[in-house]
Ligand binder design. Structure first.
Ligand SMILES: Nc1nc2c(ncn2[C@@H]2O[C@H](COP(=O)(O)OP(=O)(O)OP(=O)(O)O)[C@@H](O)[C@H]2O)c(=O)[nH]1
Ligand SMILES: [Mg+2]
Length: 716
């Protein structure tokens, strides 16, 4: 078939997505419940790499990409998952707005073959809004494993729209879907959705209101029935959204309001009142979904989810849930620590070899010493240093973490931690956003959109940087390996380092809980909302994809960031270290100024300077510390991580310094990218400043406390 892909995807974070139109062809929306494979289909068709993961709520903003089929170009829009048009969280609002007002040429509703009945709810809601619907029954492989058989032709007949069966992970199974999309866009197939017929009194009211709206407003023809239904239902949120997106004001029109009043009174007389209207509509949809499923689905093995339930009994049990979680996390850290050393030293020698040649080359060109020093010892060395130390742990940690994510374990972590979060008056979903923070705090902050309550969302945003991101995490590992384990080598050493990293992570979680509680009792007062995070089925992770994606995506990301941020930072620091007043470098002057305060925290002025200079990217904190220590303002030859240890010890580092550096790494201001994301998500500088101040104050206080305790301990 003539399918080609293009990579013109952009992430559209919020409003006005509805006006997106494909000038060169057709626009196709991918809607559906969370975790049904929309992004996987999107990636297969467009060749892009939208994040996928085995938990509901992975996609939180619309993403677009395009592909060509035969003579036609299609713009595909991947929408966040939503259970219903009656959205309750920000990412569901985005989905709802696009489904209702985006006016795509076709809406493909992706449904989960293993729980068709629940998924049909959204199908019926979307069929109320548009006729151009295709139902894509995905996860057919999982359905087969569970001995669930679906008669796709019968389903298509009963719904009145085309139905395609797919296994999104196998690209070849998408051929039919693409062909049907093409035919519906070209009007070779005309879907005729069999909409739900509600009680006669409701249908009658809808018809009257629809006629009235047609005389008053010029809406797209497909929307009149749906808008009538929503006005009768009096769902304030949706009516507001209709008014905003279609630029109308229903309250301005007295005739319309009078008619609505009359209709509501009539409905009231028939015992269909404002309180039970929605229930009546929903139960009509549910009954129809049940009826269809009874006809099209055959369950050969009714106990198909017994295995998952048995596993969940252990993984989410009160006794074993949390210890197993710690074991998994500890295991991942341990493998990372043990595995990272070897590739690190290979990278060190490789870059060292290139550096020697660069110096020779600069000499050959008669390059002034100050310039070659600045570029090679300043910029190049900082850059390669970061790659050598940071890259190997990340390349090991992320595939392992993605493995847990693909398996479906993350929502179980949220489930296990829910009790703790509830006690602190916030949501268990916060734990998932914290897991995303392990990758990148900016991503974690955006991920907070999955939290429905605005109050709980804000708490999650303000505390997200308590979990170390990929910039800070390798730093923690390095310090734990060279300092906390000290001279203890081998297995015991690696276990000690692992425990130290695990301890810092737990400290981050503990602080998140404490601060969340304090916020809930002060500026963000409120009760916890009920927790509705679905536990997805366990799925076999795709090893190849995990490896390729997590290494390439993260590697490129880190390299890109290193080049964009660390190189100029290396340059600035080199200048600060080499330019001075009265023979004292600027770096020394600032460090000496900060020294007294830093000493109270069990640190020194250079370490604080490094954290301040590291605000563009946490990756550069340790290189800056080393640069500061090496009087000439550039890094000396470092063969491996243990050489770093020697430099630190020579500059007065003790176990206390290492502990405090680890604490402060975990608890300090977020990087600039995260701060900007917080500003974007909250829309207020107030929250952005608070997200800077809270972790920093916590970090300073905790470091002072440990120093105080350590000093007392040493004195006695
Ligand atoms: N076995 C199997 N797994 C699938 C299939 N389609 C998707 N998956 C897996 O299901 C999980 C969820 O896929 P996503 O594409 O992220 O789902 P989504 O609908 O975009 O999820 P949200 O963004 O949270 O709404 C991933 O682990 C996919 O690899 C399929 O047909 N078969
Ligand atoms: Mg998705």
């Amino acid at each position: 078939m003539g399918l080609t892909k293009s990579s013109t995807g952009t992430n559209l974070l919020n409003s006005n997505v509805q006006y997106l139109k494909n000038e060169n062809g057709f626009t196709v929306a991918l809607a559906g419940n969370p975790n049904v494979g929309k992004s996987t289909i999107f990636n297969s068709l467009t060749g892009l790499h939208q994040h996928t993961g085995n938990w509901p709520g992975k996609t939180v903003s619309n993403a677009t990409g395009s592909f060509d089929y035969l003579d036609t170009n299609f713009l595909l829009v991947d929408i966040p998952g939503t259970y219903s048009i009656l959205s309750s969280s920000q990412e569901e609002d985005i989905a709802r707005d696009y489904i209702c007002f985006g006016n795509p040429d076709v809406t493909v509703v992706v449904v989960d073959a293993t729980c068709l009945e629940r998924n049909l709810n959204l199908v019926f809601q979307i069929m109320e809004i548009t006729d151009n619907v295709i139902v894509c029954v995905n996860l057919l492989d999982e359905a087969k494993k569970k001995h669930i058989d679906i008669d796709l032709d019968l389903l298509s007949n009963m719904l009145g729209v085309p139905v395609c069966g797919t296994i999104a992970r196998k690209k070849s199974t998408l051929d039919n879907l693409i062909d049907v999309i093409y035919k519906v866009c070209k009007k070779e197939i005309i879907p005729t959705p069999k909409k739900i017929t509600y009680l006669p009194i409701i249908e009658n009211s809808i018809n009257l209101l629809e006629d009235k709206l047609k005389t008053l407003f010029n809406f797209p023809s497909n929307l009149y029935r749906w808008i009538s239904l929503k006005l009768l239902e009096n769902d304030k949120k949706i009516v507001d959204s209709i008014e905003k997106n279609l630029d109308v004001n229903f309250t301005n029109d007295n005739k319309l309001l009078n008619l609505l009043d009359n209709l509501n009174n009539n409905l009231d007389d028939s015992r269909v009142n404002k309180t039970n209207f929605r229930n009546i509509i929903t139960s009509s949809i549910m009954k129809q979904a049940e009826k269809i499923c009874n006809k099209v689905c055959t369950f050969e093995n009714k106990g198909y989810s017994v295995r998952d339930k048995k596993i969940d009994k252990i993984l989410t049990s009160k006794t074993f849930g949390i210890p197993i979680m710690l074991l998994f996390l500890g295991g991942i850290f341990w493998i990372t620590i043990v595995g990272a050393n070897y590739p690190s030293s290979i990278l060190f020698s490789f870059f060292g070899y290139i550096q020697e040649n660069l110096i020779d080359f600069a000499n050959l060109l008669n390059c002034p010493t100050w310039l070659s020093n600045m570029l090679i010892l300043g910029v190049y060395r900082t850059l390669t240093w970061i790659i050598s130390v940071m890259l190997p742990p990340m390349a090991i940690f992320f595939p392992l973490f993605t493995f847990l994510e693909d398996l479906g374990y993350l929502p179980r972590i949220a489930f296990n931690m829910d009790g703790f979060f509830k006690k602190c008056c916030c949501s268990g979903k916060q734990m998932i956003t914290m897991c995303m923070g392990f990758g990148c705090n900016a991503a974690g902050v955006t991920g907070c959109r999955i939290i429905n309550s605005p109050r709980e969302k804000l708490i999650a945003i303000l505390t997200n940087c308590f979990v170390p991101c990929n910039g800070r995490f390798p730093f923690l590992i390095t310090i734990a390996t060279i300092f906390i384990a000290g001279n203890i080598q081998g297995f015991t050493g690696s276990i000690i380092s692992t425990m130290a990293v695990l301890f810092v992570i737990l400290l981050g979680i503990f602080m998140t809980l404490i601060i969340s509680k304090i916020l809930s009792k002060t500026i963000l007062k409120g009760m916890p909302s009920s927790f509705v995070l679905e536990l997805p089925p366990y799925r076999k992770p795709q090893f190849g994809k995990i490896l390729v994606r997590s290494i390439f995506d993260r590697t490129l990301f880190v390299l890109g960031r290193a080049i964009c941020v660390a190189a100029p930072a290396g340059l600035v620091i080199w200048i600060f270290a080499n330019v001075g007043i009265n023979g004292d470098s600027l770096l020394n002057i600032i460090a000496n100024f900060l020294n007294p305060f830093a000493n109270l925290m069990g640190l020194d002025g250079y370490i604080l300077v490094a954290f301040i200079f590291g605000i563009p990217a946490n990756e550069i904190v340790l290189p800056i510390i080393l640069m500061c220590y090496l009087g000439n303002g550039s890094l000396v030859d470092l063969d491996d991580t243990f050489a770093i240890g020697n430099i630190l010890v020579q500059n007065g580092w003790t176990i206390l310094t290492a502990i405090n550096v680890m604490i402060f790494t975990c608890l300090h201001f977020p990087c600039t990218t995260t701060l900007l994301t917080i500003k974007k998500e909250t829309g207020k500088w107030k929250w952005t400043i608070l997200s800077f101040v809270i972790p920093t104050v916590c970090g300073i206080a905790l470091c002072m406390f440990t120093t105080f305790v350590y000093n007392i301990f040493v004195t006695f």
